[in-house]
Design a protein around this ligand. Structure first.
Ligand SMILES: Nc1ncnc2c1ncn2[C@@H]1O[C@H](COP(=O)(O)OP(=O)(O)O)[C@@H](O)[C@H]1O
Ligand SMILES: [Mg+2]
Length: 235
C-alpha cells in the first residue's frame, strides 16, 4: 500500500532522511519510532504530500506522492503532530468545515457518527476551546477520517493526553485496521510500542536501523543479562 524507495530529505546541513526505503502492506498498523529529530514527521509529511523529498520515490496505493498529489490526498487521512482546529468554533462546525475542505459529501449524521466513534458525541455542540487536550486530538482524528481514506497517517496522536483518550485512540486504530485501513503511527509510548503495531520501524541517523515485529525486535535486542530490549533497540 505504501512503497518508499531511497527517499532523501535535507534541511540545510541537516539530513533527516538519507535513502530511506520501506514497504507497508495493506491493512498493516506500522509504528514509526525514533528519537526526536530523527525525521519521523518529515517522512509522514512526505507521504501526506505536504513536503516533497529531494530524492527517491514514495508510492501510496500505486500513486506517486510527487506527481499525483491530489489523488494521493484522497487516499490518505493525516493527523498532524500539532492539533489543527478552529478553536472558536464548535465540534459540529469543525467537522462541517473539514468536510467541505475534503470535498466530502458526508451528511450531518455521518459526521456525528465519526465523532461518536471517538467518543465525542456529547461534545457535538461544544466550542473546541473548551475541550480537553485528549478531546481535541480525537476531534482531529475524526476530521481526518471524513473522506474515508484507505490510509491514516498519525503523528504522535497520543502524546500528552489523558489515559482514557489514549486508550480510546488505540481501540479506534485497531477497529480501523480490522476494516482494512493501513495505518502509520508515530509514538514514544512504551505500551504502544509493545502492543499496538503489526510491525515497528526505528528511524535513526537518516535510515531505518530496525524494521520488524515487536517479538523479532525483542529477540534481536534482548541480551542474556535480560536488558530492556526496547531501550537497546532505540539506542
Ligand atoms: N521545515 C523545516 N525546516 C528546517 N528544518 C526542519 C524542518 N522540519 C524538520 N526539520 C529538521 O529535520 C529534522 C527532523 O525533524 P522531524 O521530522 O520533525 O523529526 P521527528 O518528527 O522524528 O522528531 C530535525 O533536525 C528538524 O529540526
Ligand atoms: Mg515529529
Amino acid at each position: 500500500m505504501i512503497e518508499i524507495q531511497n527517499v532523501s530529505k535535507s534541511y540545510g546541513k541537516k539530513q533527516p532522511l538519507n535513502r530511506v526505503s520501506l514497504t507497508i502492506p495493506e491493512g498493516e498498523v506500522f509504528g514509526l519510532l525514533g528519537p526526536n529529530g530523527a525525521g519521523k514527521s518529515t517522512l509522514l509529511s512526505i507521504l501526506a504530500t505536504i513536503s516533497v523529498q529531494d530524492q527517491g520515490t514514495a508510492q501510496i496505493g500505486g500513486l506517486d506522492s510527487k506527481k499525483q498529489k491530489k489523488q494521493v490526498r484522497r487516499k490518505i487521512g493525516y493527523v498532524p503532530q500539532d492539533v489543527a482546529l478552529w478553536e472558536q468554533n464548535t465540534v459540529k462546525e469543525n467537522m462541517t468545515i473539514f468536510g467541505r475542505l475534503s470535498k466530502s459529501k458526508a451528511t450531518k449524521d455521518e459526521l456525528k457518527k465519526l465523532c461518536s466513534d471517538v467518543k465525542l458525541e456529547d461534545q457535538w455542540n461544544e466550542k473546541v476551546s473548551s475541550l480537553s487536550g485528549g478531546m481535541k486530538r480525537k476531534l482531529n482524528i475524526a476530521a481526518a477520517l471524513i473522506h474515508d481514506p484507505d490510509i491514516l497517517l498519525m503523528d504522535e496522536p497520543t502524546v500528552g493526553i489523558d489515559l482514557q483518550s489514549k486508550l480510546e485512540i488505540n481501540q479506534l486504530v485497531k477497529r480501523l485496521a480490522q476494516d482494512g485501513k493501513t495505518i502509520v503511527y508515530t509514538t514514544h509510548d512504551l505500551n504502544e510500542i509493545v502492543t499496538l503495531f503489526d510491525r515497528i520501524g526505528v528511524l535513526k541517523n537518516g535510515a531505518f536501523s530496525f524494521v520488524g515485529t515487536a517479538s523479532e525486535a525483542e529477540e534481536r535486542y534482548s541480551s542474556d543479562k535480560g536488558s530492556d530490549w526496547v531501550y537497546a533497540m532505540l539506542q
